[in-house]
Design a protein around this ligand. Structure first.
Ligand code: COA
Length: 720
C-alpha cells in the first residue's frame, strides 16, 4: 500500500509500503493512484514527493505476481497520469530504484537520489524488458547508447554515475526525502513543460540502422540464445525511430511475447532459487540460518596456488585480515606478487582501496593459533590434506573453524584427523575464486550447524551465493558433471567430434562446450583422479591403456590416451583442440584428433555413425539431470533449486534455461524418463543412464512443477 501525509505545509508525500523492497504489488499501485488523486485534489498541496519506506525507494514490479493473474491498476497508465500531473512530482530515491521503481521515477518530473542509492533496469535478467515505459523514456533522457547498455545488461549504476548520465537531477549525502521536500518547495511553481520525459525527442544515433545492426549483433553474441536482450534492442530501436506512442505499443508487444516465454519463467525461477538456498536446513532438522554464525575477523589460507590466491583476495576484499601461507620462500614471494596484482586490479574495477595491508604472507603454520577460521587450499591430495588438518588441530585455538577447499574429497576423513570434527566443513570455491559467485559449503556427518552457518555467512560476506550440500564424491556440481563428461567421451567413440559435441552444447547456451572446458581446466587434473581411482592405468606405455570396460562398466580411455601424449589442454597448446601457442586461447579443430579418433575406432571395431545435436544434448544433459535426481534422492542437495543455482552460477548452464532440474520440467519429466530408458536399453553397461527412482516417482505422481518436488522427495524418503 501507499501512505499519504502532508509535510512542510504544501508538499504531499506518498510513501510506498511493501516490505522488504517496496515492490509495486497491486495494492501498492492502487495506493499510488489513490494517493496521487488525493494530493492533486488538495488545493493546499503545491508539489508531491514520492518515496519508499525503510530507506528503499522501490525494487520494481512484484515478481511474485507474475505467475498469477494480474489485478489492480496497470503500471503504464499510472505512470502516465503521474507524468501529466499539473503539480511537480519529485522522486526521493534512497537505497534502490530498480525496474518498475526506476520507471516510476522516470515518470516523475524530478529525481533526487541519496549518494548510496543504486539504480537500474534489471528486467533483462528476469527474461523481460522494462515495459512500463522504461525502454522509451530512458533513451530520451540519457541518449540511446547509454540507455541501450543499461537496458540490455540490466546493470545497476551508483547515484554518482546516475547523476553523470543525467538520470537524476541531484545527489545528496543527507536524507534524500528531506532533500526532495526542500527541492519540491523550490520548484512548486516552476513550469513542467520541459520535465515530461515522454515529450522529449529521442536523439537518434548517427547512421541509426547501422548502429542498431551492430548493437544487435553484439547482443546476440553475448546472449547465448536468450531472447530478452534481443527484445531490449528492438524496444530501444523503437524509441529512437518511432513517435513515443508507437514506441510504447512496440514495447507492449515485445513484452507480451517475452512474458509468456519459457525463458522468462526460467529466469524468474533462478531469481527465487538463488534466494531459496539461503533458507536451507540440514537433514537432521538443524537450520543453519537459525544457528548463529561465529564472527570471523581473521582467517588463514594454506596453499597459494590458483585457488588459494583467489580465496585470499576474496577474503581481503570482504574486509578480513588474512594470513597467507606457503611452504617455500620462493612460492610465497611469487604468490605475494600475484595476489597484490589481483587486489590492485579488482580494487581499480570496483573503485575501492586494494587492501594490501589486509594480507600477511608467512611460512609459519603457528600463526594459525590466532585466527578464527582456516581455509586449506592445497592440491587434491588426501594424505597431504590429512597431515595439514592434524597440524592445525594441535595449533589452533579451540573453536577455530577448519575448512578445506576441495572439489570432491571426503570431508569426514579430514574431520577425523582433528580434535573437533564438528568444526570441519568443506568450502568448494570455483576458479577464479575471487570472481565466481558460487560457493558449495559441504557439511560432513559431524559438522555442526554453527560451523555450516559460519561458512555460509562468510560466503555471503565475500559476495558469493553459498549453497549447503552434503558430503559425497564430487558433492553436487562435480558429481553431476561426471556422467555428463562420460557421455561426451562415448559420443566421440560412436562417431562425434569434439567440435560437434561442443557446438551442440554451446548452441544450447553453455558458456563453453565440454571439450573446450576440459582443455581450459587441464585434462591432467581428471587423469590424476582416474589414476587414483585405478580407472586410468598408471605409467602405461604410450597408447597402451585402451580397454573399454573397467570395474564392470563401460569406460572410455580417450582422455587418458590424450594425456599419455602430453596433451593436457590449453596449457600445453594441445588438447581436444589445437592452440596457437601454449596457454593460447583460441581453440582450433585439430586434424590429429580426427585421425586419432579414426584409429581408435578402427582398433576397437567401432563403426562411426552420424549423429545430430539433439542426440548430443539428450545423452549429455539427461545423464547429468538423472544424477541430479539421485542427488535429491540421497539428500545431498536440499532441493532442485540448490542444484539449479549451482549449475547456473558455477558451471555455465544458461540462466534462460533455468538450471538442469527446471529444464527437465520444461522438457517434460515423462519425456526425459522415456529417453533415458531408451538410452539405457541401448547402453546397459552405463549405469548413469538408468533412470533414477525419484524421476520415476515424479512421473508416476503426474510430473508436478519443480517447486513441488520436495513433497514427493519427502514421501520417497519416508518409504525408504
Ligand atoms: N518482487 C518481489 N519480491 C522481491 C522483489 C521484487 N521485485 N525484489 C526482491 N524481492 C524479495 C526477494 O525475493 C526476497 O524475498 P525472501 O526474503 O522471501 O527471499 C526479499 O525481497 C529480499 O530480496 P534479496 O534479494 O534477498 O535482498 P537484497 O537486499 O540482497 O537485494 C534487491 C534487494 C532489490 C537489489 C534484489 O532483491 C533485486 O535485485 N530484486 C529484483 C529487482 C528487479 O529485478 N526488479 C524488476 C522486476 S521486473
Amino acid at each position: 500500500m501507499a501512505l499519504y501525509t502532508r509535510v512542510s505545509g504544501s508538499v504531499g508525500m506518498i510513501t510506498l509500503q511493501n516490505p522488504p523492497v517496496n515492490a509495486l504489488s497491486a495494492a501498492v499501485r492502487q495506493g499510488i493512484v489513490d494517493m496521487m488523486d488525493k494530493a492533486l485534489g488538495d488545493p493546499k498541496v503545491k508539489s508531491v514527493v514520492i518515496c519508499g519506506q525503510n530507506g528503499r525507494f522501490c525494487g520494481g514490479a512484484d515478481i511474485r505476481e507474475f505467475s498469477g493473474n494480474m489485478t489492480g491498476p496497470p503500471l503504464v497508465p499510472m505512470i502516465h497520469s503521474m507524468e501529466s500531473a499539473a503539480k511537480p512530482v519529485v522522486a526521493a530515491i534512497e537505497g534502490i530504484a530498480l525496474g518498475g521503481g526506476l520507471e516510476l521515477a522516470l515518470g516523475c518530473h524530478y529525481r533526487i537520489a541519496h549518494s548510496k542509492a543504486r539504480l537500474g533496469l534489471p528486467e533483462v535478467q528476469l527474461g523481460l524488458l522494462p515495459a512500463a515505459g522504461g525502454s522509451q523514456r530512458l533513451p530520451r533522457l540519457i541518449g540511446v547508447p547509454a540507455a541501450l547498455e543499461l537496458i540490455t545488461t540490466g546493470r545497476h549504476v551508483t547515484a554518482a554515475e546516475a547523476l553523470q548520465l543525467g538520470i537524476v537531477d541531484e545527489v545528496t549525502e543527507q536524507n534524500a526525502v528531506d532533500a526532495a521536500v526542500k527541492f519540491a518547495l523550490r520548484v512548486a511553481d516552476a513550469s513542467l513543460d520541459a520535465r515530461r520525459i515522454s515529450t522529449f525527442p529521442c536523439p537518434r544515433p548517427p547512421a541509426t540502422d547501422a548502429f542498431f545492426e551492430r548493437a544487435m549483433q553484439q547482443v546476440r553474441q553475448n546472449a547465448r540464445g536468450a531472447v530478452a536482450p534481443v527484445a531490449c534492442v528492438q524496444a530501444v530501436r523503437a524509441a529512437a525511430t518511432l513517435p513515443y506512442a508507437q514506441g510504447m505499443e512496440r514495447e507492449k508487444e515485445l513484452m507480451a511475447t517475452l512474458f509468456t516465454s519459457g525463458q522468462a519463467r526460467a529466469q524468474q525461477h533462478c531469481f527465487f532459487a538463488q534466494r531459496a538456498v539461503n533458507r536451507w536446513s540440514m537433514p537432521n532438522g538443524a537450520r543453519w540460518d537459525t544457528s548463529k554464525p561465529r564472527p570471523v575477523r581473521k582467517a588463514m589460507v594454506i596453499g597459494l596456488g590458483t585457488m588459494g590466491r583467489g580465496i585470499t583476495v576474496a577474503l581481503a576484499q570482504a574486509g578480513l585480515s588474512v594470513v597467507a601461507l606457503e611452504t617455500t620462500e620462493k612460492q610465497l614471494m611469487e604468490a605475494k606478487q600475484a595476489v597484490s596484482g589481483m587486489l590492485e586490479r579488482t580494487a581499480k574495477r570496483r573503485a575501492v582501496a586494494p587492501g594490501f595491508d589486509k594480507v600477511r604472507y608467512s611460512r609459519d603454520m603457528r600463526l594459525a593459533a590466532d585466527v578464527d577460521l582456516v581455509i586449506e587450499a592445497v592440491f587434491e591430495d588426501m594424505p597431504l590434506k590429512k597431515k595439514i588438518f592434524q597440524q592445525l588441530s594441535s595449533v589452533c585455538k579451540p573453536g577455530t573453524l577448519l575448512c578445506t577447499n576441495t572439489s570432491g574429497l571426503d570431508i569426514d576423513q579430514l574431520a577425523s584427523q582433528t580434535r573437533n570434527p564438528e568444526l570441519v566443513v568443506g568450502m568448494h570455491f570455483f576458479a577464479p575464486a575471487h570472481v565466481m559467485k558460487l560457493l558449495e559449503v559441504v557439511y560432513g556427518p559431524r559438522s555442526s550447524p554453527t560451523a555450516v552457518a559460519t561458512a555460509m555467512q562468510l560466503g555471503k560476506q565475500m559476495g558469493k551465493v553459498s549453497v549447503a550440500v552434503g558430503n559425497c564424491r564430487g558433492f553436487v556440481g562435480n558429481r553431476m558433471l561426471k556422467p555428463y563428461l562420460e557421455q561426451a567421451f562415448f559420443l566421440l567413440e560412436e562417431g562425434a567430434t569434439p567440435e560437434l559435441v561442443d557446438g551442440a552444447l554451446e548452441e544450447f547456451g553453455f558458456a563453453m562446450g565440454v571439450f573446450r572446458m576440459s582443455d581450459l581446466s587441464g585434462l591432467d587434473v581428471a587423469w590424476r583422479i582416474r589414476k587414483a581411482d585405478e580407472l586410468a592405468v598408471t605409467d602405461a606405455p604410450a597408447g597402451q591403456s585402451t580397454a573399454r570396460s573397467r570395474q564392470g562398466r563401460r569406460y572410455s580411455p580417450l582422455g587418458d590416451l590424450l594425456c599419455e601424449q602430453g596433451r593436457f589442454g590449453q596449457k600445453t597448446g594441445l588438447g581436444w583442440y589445437r592452440y596457437d601457442e601454449p596457454a593460447g586461447r583460441v581453440a582450433k579443430p585439430d586434424p590429429w584428433i580426427q585421425d586419432f579418433l579414426e584409429r581408435y575406432r578402427a582398433q576397437h571395431a567401432l563403426v562411426a555413425r552420424r549423429m545430430d545435436h539433439q542426440e548430443v544434448l539428450e545423452r549429455c544433459l539427461y545423464s547429468l539431470i538423472n544424477e541430479g535426481f539421485r542427488i535429491l534422492e540421497d539428500g545431498i542437495a536440499a532441493g532442485p533449486e540448490d542444484i539449479d543455482v549451482i549449475y547456473v552460477l558455477g558451471y555455465g548452464w544458461p540462466r534462460h534455461r533455468g538450471g538442469p532440474m527446471f529444464y527437465a520440467g520444461m522438457v517434460g519429466l515423462a519425456r526425459v524418463l522415456e529417453r533415458l530408458e531408451h538410452f539405457h536399453r541401448e547402453h546397459p553397461d552405463v549405469p548413469g543412464l538408468q533412470p533414477s527412482n525419484l524421476l520415476r516417482k515424479l512421473v508416476a505422481s503426474g510430473s508436478p512443477p519443480v517447486h513441488r518436488w520436495k513433497e514427493v522427495i519427502k514421501k520417497l524418503h519416508s518409504q525408504l
